[in-house]
Ligand binder design. Structure first.
Ligand SMILES: [Zn+2]
Length: 271
């Protein structure tokens, strides 16, 4: 190991991380096995400089990789189940022909509600992986924004009549404006939380030295489109309240599926 290099950037990089466990792991750009190389050297495969990000993250071990992979798989399956279940709703309607609308509405909400809770649990654990303190708390909060947001939206819809009763004039105007601001902010917050989670999953992918493929880019585009669609539908009464939770479930399933795919690649490659 050559620690006598005069490169100031390599020196700074070396000083920025603890000396314990400084052994390199993978090239962050091409994932080439860099274990025999030294900090600051160019990657033997692609020539990219090997900085601290080429070290194996301290939070990555076989056990946590296996448990996160199982979690990501259950999140993806959960999204798939909700999608299949809601696709079968018309069939359910045929069986219970008399109360068709009630049966479809109730079973969709039960499916989507259970799905949102399970996926929030999964995504909180996945998003906070490798983080500690306040940043981990923010990621857990981002993962729980969807079910919390749904509760707030439902509460808003049911409270507006009561809030308007017995008030008039300027106060009524203020209540209505405040109501709309909160009503429109909740889907916006859900979008922001989702983008934070997807970004975090991208960072985890980078830390695991998984190269971003055209598939990753294509799925990211689909995710953003679904997010915008869900935000637009979530604020439209009745039909949107019906569609948005299903879209959120599919979206969370997709995000978990991508994480599962990446973790499987790391698992095959070995750590
Ligand atoms: Zn490389």
């Amino acid at each position: 190991m050559n620690h006598e290099t005069a490169d100031p950037r390599a020196e700074a990089a070396r000083a920025a991380i603890p000396t314990q466990g400084v052994a390199l792991w993978r090239c962050p750009k091409c994932a080439y096995d860099a274990r025999v190389q030294s900090l600051g050297e160019p990657c033997a495969e692609c020539g990219a400089p090997l900085g601290p990000e080429a070290c194996r993250p301290a939070w990555l071990d076989a056990e946590s990789l296996a448990s996160r992979r199982r979690l990501a798989m259950s999140g993806a399956l959960c999204g798939l189940c909700v999608l299949v279940a809601t696709s079968l709703m018309p069939l359910l309607g045929l069986i219970f022909a008399r109360e068709v609308v009630a049966v479809i509405v109730v079973s969709t909400y039960v499916c989507a509600g259970v799905g949102l809770l399970l996926q929030s649990f999964v995504m909180a654990r996945l998003g906070a992986w490798g983080l500690s303190g306040r940043r981990a708390t923010w990621m857990r909060l981002a993962a729980w924004t969807r079910p919390i947001g749904v509760v707030v939206l439902v509460a808003l819809v049911f409270s507006i009549d009561g809030a308007e009763r017995g008030v008039d004039g300027a106060l009524l105007g203020f209540i209505q404006v405040a109501w709309f601001v909160v009503y429109l902010s909740v889907p916006a917050l859900i979008i922001a939380a989702d983008i934070a989670l997807i970004t975090r999953f991208g960072r985890i992918r980078k830390a695991l030295a998984i190269a971003t493929s055209p598939w990753h880019v294509a799925i990211f585009v689909v995710q953003v489109m679904l997010l915008l669609l869900s935000a637009l539908t979530a604020i439209v009464p009745f039909i949107g309240w019906f569609v948005a939770p299903v879209v959120w479930n599919v979206l969370a399933g997709l995000a978990c599926g991508v994480v599962w795919w990446d973790l499987s690649a790391v698992s095959r490659r070995g750590i």
